[in-house]
Ligand binder design. Structure first.
Ligand code: SF4
Length: 347
């Protein structure tokens, strides 16, 4: 099936030799840039990629996607906020920050039975991974004890367990690993150069340190970023440059489109052109070929055609369920309907 698709695509291209020639030249250019930088992605090579004509970019992304994955499958993760609001950090996009006045009410950590019920519901609806998020700068020892209990509940349901709890020490990462944690999410958010424009209560290196602690503990890394925060295309390339050059790059790469929430500093930011979002997905796919690239926050305002283009560009994971941490997401039925229209199976 895969070979059939590629050969018919190539055949179609042969009818337009000039186009084929240009595509080949661009591919060679990208490949030679890669080789010149000893298999690491240079920023310029990623800028070259993101600037490709849209169809050429999607063609490359789709080829790479099909080399490593079944292009008609997506993985489903469901996200639950286990401790909402009141966060001491000042992420300019986040309604859970205590620095901003939003509609989000701070709450205590959920009890085990509530989390178990939510995980069971997610499993019943087809999710394979259950992600638990807490609005902490970093968990305390007693928080980790509670989360260990919750991870065990998820693992007993035979689901993958993922957490996003803020910064993590090496010791806490070990404890979570021992409880059975499969993935830890910690997004780089943006480029090092723009970081202070978005968050002032921590520095980029602290993000990298947490990712290293997670990796050293043997937990899979989930790390991506947010676009639509007023950044340039070059800055989006810069974010992918950071992620793709992690050693190794993350197994899971969520690409979020900013969900603008009233009361946060980024509310009112000019919305990102959806095709720019698709380009970011494609470049993530090309530079991190074996990662699950997740179409994450922002899907609720994305039409079906844009989501279909994201899948074509190499996205192969979504957050599934009608709520993310505090913002909306398409409901189960709407997603099922879209996936059926596209003949996409779920894993
Ligand atoms: S994104 Fe996370 S760390 Fe930042 S304010 Fe929100 S909950 Fe806190």
């Amino acid at each position: 099936m895969t070979h059939y698709y590629i050969s018919t695509t190539l055949k179609a291209m042969q009818t337009n030799q000039r186009t084929e020639h240009l595509v080949r030249l661009r591919t060679l250019k990208v490949n030679s840039t890669l080789q010149a930088s000893n298999s690491k992605w240079s920023l310029n090579s990623i800028i070259d990629l993101i600037n490709l004509p849209f169809n050429d970019l999607l063609f490359q992304a789709q080829q790479i996607h099909r080399t490593h994955f079944n292009a008609n499958e997506v993985q489903l993760s469901t996200l639950l906020s286990i401790k909402t609001g009141g966060c001491p950090e000042d992420c300019a996009y986040c309604p859970q920050s205590a620095h901003y006045e939003t509609d989000v009410q701070a709450s205590k950590i959920l009890d085990t039975e509530e989390v178990k019920a939510a995980a069971q519901e997610a499993k019943k609806n087809g999710a394979s991974r259950f992600c638990m998020g807490a609005a902490w700068r970093e968990p305390k020892d007693r928080d980790i004890e509670k989360v260990v209990e919750l991870i065990k509940v998820v693992k007993e349901l035979d689901m993958e367990a993922c957490c996003t709890l803020g910064m993590l020490s090496a010791q806490h990462a070990e404890q979570l690993k021992n409880a059975g944690l499969d993935y830890y999410n910690h997004n780089l958010d943006t480029t090092p150069e723009s970081y202070a424009d978005i968050i002032t209560t921590r520095v980029y290196q602290e993000r990298l340190d947490t990712l290293e602690n997670v990796r050293n503990a043997g937990v899979h890394v989930c790390s991506g970023g947010i676009v639509g925060m007023g950044e340039s295309r070059q800055e989006r390339a810069g974010l992918i440059h950071q992620l793709a050059n992690l050693e190794p790059y993350p197994e899971s790469v969520p690409i979020n489109n900013l969900v603008q929430v009233e009361g946060t500093p980024l509310y009112g930011t000019k919305e990102l052109d959806p095709l720019e979002f698709v380009r970011t997905i494609a470049v993530a796919r090309i530079t991190m070929p074996k990662a699950r690239v997740r179409l994450s926050a922002g899907r609720q305002n994305m039409n079906e055609a844009t989501q279909a283009l994201c899948f074509m560009a190499g996205a192969n994971s979504i957050f599934y369920g009608d709520k993310l941490l505090t913002t909306g997401n398409p409901d189960w039925d709407r997603d099922r309907s879209l996936l059926e229209k596209l003949n996409i199976r779920t894993v």
